[in-house]
Structures are given as structure tokens and as C-alpha cells.
Design a binder for this molecule. Structure first.
Ligand code: P5A
Length: 429
């Protein structure tokens, strides 16, 4: 992609309500554009990141047998009347009427709809277990939308719903999801802290939040410092709670191991038994022809929030530092002197060699060296290949690491070789 054609409207005028790094950096780098309070358009850089995040999530979901669907963003109100949540959900729900005066709503979550699809088609215990997930937009009319996409009103969520024949099955599913979430967040370069949580409006009696540590987080976490070094299996039993639940008198964490930090909730999982299957009469028949109500759970990841959360966890004074797995591009190619024929030829050669194999943002703009370097640091692509007049006479370019700031001088051919040897796209490269 040529930067001169790329729609990343970088900006220096940041509104005063942008108070945290991720909000400021997303606006400065032209990732998002606000359209109303808590409602944002997602521009190309942000979409590239969100799609990488989505892909990691979907791969990990598919591995544990969850099946991707699309429920709808608009639901009929009667499903929520059946579950009893139509009134209790309150003002966070955006209520809509169609032309025939029927009541609808914009999905804040989809437990009812998942239960409805299930009950229409699964009639026997042989159809269990079952697990669906989607990555879809939600709307919650939050009292205080803030911090940009971190707490939006419209936001993208991965939401999953499981149906099991009994508690033992539901617990197995819950544990599998738990482990899969740990892997999912780690693949994004994050350190997830699972926290025992309340289940709030979703209901139920077993629930974990997945938090990542960040000074700007809205949650206060109390956790055992062992959490940062235990194995994935032990994570579930090592102790962490949010402030609402922390009581120093009954705490299982010894004083010397206790750490108090701020966190961002990037995921939340719930086991709620037969709450929805019973209220919505979603039952199957067992071997003896008796009714059983499936044991359910629901599992959420804040996909759009993750874009901001990853920035909170990984940035410096100059801008964003994307982990490679979610970076909008693999490489930033900076031609510092676009009027110098040798530089143009070298940059074109490198760009051409990666075509179709590596995602490269080629800064071919006729702007100052300072602006190019500053924009590259702001946008935060993990590797920068810098082509400049001084070095190119000796057939040298600089490979810079955005995170470590390490600079390695090498020939354009070596840069090409280095990145293509990691390539697994099965093309002719
Ligand atoms: C679980 C899946 C649920 O809605 N129902 C379906 C359950 N859980 S949750 O905790 O309410 O939300 C799941 C994750 O979505 C993110 N999130 C948000 N992101 C941005 N803006 C918001 N206003 C917002 N609300 C929730 C969080 O990451 C949360 O963990």
C-alpha cells in the first residue's frame, strides 16, 4: 500500500475529552472518526488491526469446536419478554419500532436469540453439546461512554453461547473456553489476568473477567503476584478479584504476595445453568423421553475495545508499538528522499519483492524526513525499513525495530531475504 494513496488522516488537533493514550493515539493516527457520543467510524488502519484480532479469536474458537454464525443486530422484543430481561435491562437497551409498530431492539447481547435458534432445531440430548459464536456489532446506551472505543455505545464483540447436557459438561466447556481465552489474549501480545467476577445483567453463578494490566484501566484488581508466572492450568485457581469483591479480612492472598493494579476488562465469561433454557422453554428429551433443560454459558471478548487496550499496553511517547500478530502492516518502508533516483529504485525493489507476501506500507510521500519518521513511529508498525540518500550509495538501508529501537544496517537484498524467509504464504516468493 502506498502511503500517498492510504486513508490515514493523521491529525494534531486532538479534542480535550481524549484523556488516555489509546484514545489520543487512535485519533492522531487517523484510526477512528467520531460520529456521535460513543459511536465511531473505523478507518483503514484500525480495520486492519481489528481484522487481525478477529482472525486470532476465530482461529482459537474454531480449535475448541465453537461454530461461527451471525445472529442479528436487530431482535424482536418478544424474545426478551420471554426471558424476563426486556424490562430489567433498562435504559442501556436501544428500543426500536418498525413501521407496523412492532417492538424491536438493537442487540446489546444475544443470549435470548442463541437460545431461540437452539430450541427451534435441537430436540434430543443427542444434539448436545453445542456451541455457537459470532463477531458482531452491539449497542449499549452506556450512561458514560468514554475513552474513545474503550467504552463505546456501538462496539464489536465476539460473543459465544454454549449448551450442555449437564453441569459436568457445562463446566468442561467453561474450562475449555477459559484456557482458550488465555491463549487468545497471549497471541495478541497481552498478559491476561483472569479475575473472579460477578455476573451482573447476564445472570448466573460462575464468572470470570479477563483483565489486562494498564494504569488507565477502569477496574482495580487485587491479585496474587504468582499469577504472572503460573502455568495456564493453575491460572484458574490462582486468586484475583476486583475491588467490589476484595475484603482484606477474608482475602486468600497473603499480604506479601498481594498486588493492587488497574486493569482493562477485555473478556468476560459466564456459566448460568438453566436460566435461559428454562425461562424460554428450550428443552431436549433424554434417553427416557424426559425433558432436560440444557446447561448454558456465554462468553464475550471486547474486540473493538481490544484495539484500544493493546495500545494502552504497548506504546511510548512517540506513538503506538503494535505487537507483530495484530500490526496493521508487517513493514513500514520509508523512502526519506523520494526525489533521489537511487532511493526510489531501491525502495521500489524492496516494495516489489514483498508484493503479495508481506503487508508493506510504503511511505512514498514528498514530505519532510522528520514527518515521515514521526508518522512511522506514531502508526507503530513493528519494523521500519529506512531508505535514504546517505546510505544508498553504499547499497545500505536501515532496518529499525519500533519497539527496541535497534537499528541494523544491511543491503536491500538482505532485508528482502530476511522477511521472505519467514513467509508462509505459499506463493512463488
Ligand atoms: C458474554 C457474551 C456479555 O455481554 N453476553 C454475550 C455476555 N458480557 S459483557 O461482559 O457484558 O461484555 C463482553 C465484553 O465486551 C466488552 N464490552 C465493551 N466494549 C466496548 N464498549 C462497551 N461499552 C463494552 N461493553 C462491554 C468488554 O470487553 C466485555 O468484557
Amino acid at each position: 500500500m502506498l502511503f500517498s494513496n492510504f486513508f490515514a488522516p493523521t491529525s494534531k488537533n486532538i479534542p480535550a475529552d481524549a484523556k488516555i493514550a489509546s484514545h489520543v493515539l487512535m485519533l492522531r493516527s487517523g484510526m477512528i472518526s467520531q460520529t456521535a457520543s460513543g459511536i465511531y467510524c473505523w478507518l483503514p488502519l484500525a480495520v486492519r488491526v481489528m481484522e487481525k484480532i478477529t482472525r486470532i479469536i476465530c482461529e482459537e474458537q474454531d480449535k475448541i469446536g465453537a461454530q461461527k454464525v451471525y445472529f442479528t443486530t436487530i431482535q424482536p422484543a418478544n424474545l426478551w419478554v420471554e426471558s424476563g430481561r426486556y424490562d430489567s435491562y433498562g435504559k442501556e437497551m436501544l428500543r426500536i419500532k418498525d413501521r407496523k409498530d412492532n417492538d424491536f431492539l438493537y442487540s446489546p447481547t444475544n443470549e435470548e436469540q442463541a437460545t431461540d435458534v437452539f430450541r427451534k432445531y435441537v430436540k434430543s440430548y443427542k444434539g448436545l453439546p453445542q456451541m455457537f459464536y459470532q463477531v458482531h456489532w452491539k449497542f449499549r446506551d452506556e450512561v458514560r461512554p468514554r475513552f474513545g472505543v474503550m467504552r463505546g455505545r456501538e462496539f464489536l464483540m465476539k460473543d459465544g453461547y454454549s449448551f450442555d447436557v449437564d453441569f459436568a459438561g457445562a463446566k468442561r466447556t467453561y474450562d475449555n473456553i477459559f484456557k482458550s481465552y488465555v491463549k487468545t489474549f497471549r497471541r495478541m501480545g497481552l498478559v491476561p489476568i483472569p479475575v473472579q467476577a460477578d455476573s451482573g445483567a447476564i445472570g448466573g453463578n460462575m464468572s470470570h473477567e479477563f483483565q489486562i494490566l494498564a494504569e488507565t484501566g477502569e477496574s482495580t484488581l487485587y491479585y496474587d503476584k504468582k499469577l504472572l508466572s503460573v502455568s495456564d492450568g493453575e491460572l484458574m485457581t490462582t486468586f484475583a478479584v476486583t475491588d467490589e469483591k476484595f475484603d482484606p479480612k477474608t482475602s486468600q492472598i497473603s499480604e506479601k504476595d498481594l498486588v493492587v493494579s488497574k486493569g482493562i476488562e477485555v473478556g468476560h465469561i459466564f456459566y448460568f445453568g438453566t436460566k435461559y433454557s428454562k425461562s424460554m422453554e428450550a428443552f431436549v428429551l433424554n434417553e427416557n423421553g424426559e425433558k432436560i433443560y440444557p446447561e448454558m454459558g456465554s462468553y464475550g471478548i471486547g474486540v473493538s475495545r481490544l484495539v484500544a487496550a493493546i495500545i494502552e499496553a504497548s506504546h511510548d511517547d512517540h506513538g503506538i508499538i503494535w505487537p507483530e500478530s495484530v500490526a496493521p502492516f508487517d513493514l513500514a518502508l520509508l523512502n526519506l528522499h523520494p526525489r533521489d533516483g537511487e532511493c526510489v529504485a531501491a525502495a521500489a525493489k524492496i516494495y516489489g519483492a514483498f508484493s503479495g507476501c508481506r503487508e508493506v506500507l510504503y511511505d512514498d510521500r514528498d514530505v519532510s524526513v522528520g514527518e515521515k519518521l514521526a508518522d512511522a513511529d506514531l502508526i507503530g508498525i513493528p519494523w521500519q525499513v529506512v531508505v535514504g540518500s546517505k546510505n544508498i550509495g553504499e547499497n545500505i538501508v536501515e532496518l529499525r525495530n519500533r519497539k527496541t529501537k535497534e537499528v541494523i544496517k544491511m543491503s536491500p537484498e538482505n532485508v528482502i531475504e530476511r522477511f521472505l524467509s519467514k513467509c508462509c504464504c505459499h506463493q512463488s516468493c
